[in-house]
Design a protein around this ligand. Structure first.
Ligand SMILES: [Zn+2]
Length: 347
């Protein structure tokens, strides 16, 4: 889970770039100059966006995006991309990798049929402590509870006051509350969450986890049909905020959990939250010792043949088809990494 890559700065740029046909021109020029490898990051693929879920792409939009890259890009599995980089093999000028984080059931119900249709070898990163359980992710718990509470104000010890929000600004309010909640120490999160649920007077349906999160049977079926699985820890803590002993457990156990179910090695990893300060050299060493060959972040960078395999950037799919094309052209990451220039520009 990570929303911080949904940068609002990109919106005016896209509309201007589109108006002048810059996205197509840029991607054409760049693709002829050097290889642009884009690893896309998805979370939920939903029939229709609901009001409290975050990081969702509607199924019809997802199909449009997959159909587009199936035509314009060579699509590799993450593992194949890493092997090509290690073996210094030349990469197709437009290469894409498709990934999903966390392990939502809609990856099976909505995304999987489309991935099969276009023969796309996606990788799904599983938070193994949630697979096949009733336990929904903390950010979904907060979203559901805040959306459904009838109360105007929720006062939480150790966290502060959560103000009510109107339906008009729900996603903005939720994002800022989730960002605040990320800073709660990992060992206090469960406690504060339980208190929040209690005082909100909202019942989280018992079957919600089973409806939202992949089961191991679904994981197995996807695995047998061209989908790869990587580790995304057991409980989704921000790794730089817990002890190295806990880090070791989170990464080794999630790897073991998947390997046991699929009877094959798991060697790709995804950092929870995935921003630059969410991992460090010691964590990377533990990943290498545990047998991982790469790790992906949510830092919006394209991947070059010289990329650090434990700091692989990923690109969000945007919020409509124009922004998707903008993101996958590599223009998004180029501009993101020059955002000071953007901040000074007047669009
Ligand atoms: Zn995640």
């Amino acid at each position: 889970m990570n929303r911080s890559h949904k940068q609002t700065f990109a919106r005016p740029i896209i509309s201007v770039a589109n108006r002048f046909g810059l996205i197509n021109t840029y991607s054409h020029i760049i693709s002829n100059l050097k290889s642009k490898v884009v690893i896309l990051v998805y979370h939920r693929i939903v029939a229709k966006n609901d009001s409290w879920s975050i990081d969702t792409v509607e199924t019809s939009d997802f199909e449009k995006q997959m159909k587009y890259i199936a035509k314009t890009h060579e699509i590799l599995s993450l593992e194949k991309l890493v092997r090509a980089i290690v073996e210094k093999k030349p990469l197709h000028k437009r290469t894409a990798v498709v990934t999903f984080d966390d392990g939502y059931k809609d990856n099976y119900t909505n995304a999987f049929p489309i991935l099969k249709k276009y023969n796309i070898p996606a990788t799904v990163f599983l938070t193994t402590g949630h697979i096949g359980t009733d336990n929904i992710f903390w950010w979904d718990k907060i979203g559901y509870v805040l959306y459904n509470t009838k109360l105007n104000m929720l006062k939480l010890e150790d966290f502060g006051v959560i103000s009510p929000y109107s339906l008009n600004n729900i996603s903005q309010s939720l994002n800022s509350i989730l960002e605040r909640f990320k800073r709660v120490p990992e060992d206090k999160k469960d406690d504060i969450l339980a208190k929040l649920v209690k005082i909100s007077d909202v019942d989280i349906p018992k079957n919600m986890g089973r409806d939202m999160i992949l089961s191991w049977e679904e994981v197995k079926e996807m695995n047998e049909n061209g989908i790869n699985f990587g580790a995304h820890t057991v409980t989704h803590p921000i790794l730089s905020k817990i002890s190295l002993k806990q880090v070791k457990h989170e990464i080794a156990q999630s790897k073991k959990d998947i390997e046991k179910r699929l009877s094959k090695p798991v060697n790709t990893f995804c950092y929870p939250n995935g921003q630059a300060d969410d991992f460090n050299a010691e964590i990377i060493n533990l990943l290498k010792e545990s047998g991982f060959i790469c790790a992906v972040t949510t830092i919006p960078k394209t991947v070059s043949s010289k990329a650090d395999l434990f700091d692989l950037g990923r690109i969000p799919p945007g919020w409509n088809f124009d922004s998707f094309k903008f993101c996958i052209s590599g223009l998004y990451s180029d501009l993101y990494n020059r955002k000071n220039w953007i901040a000074e520009s007047k669009f």
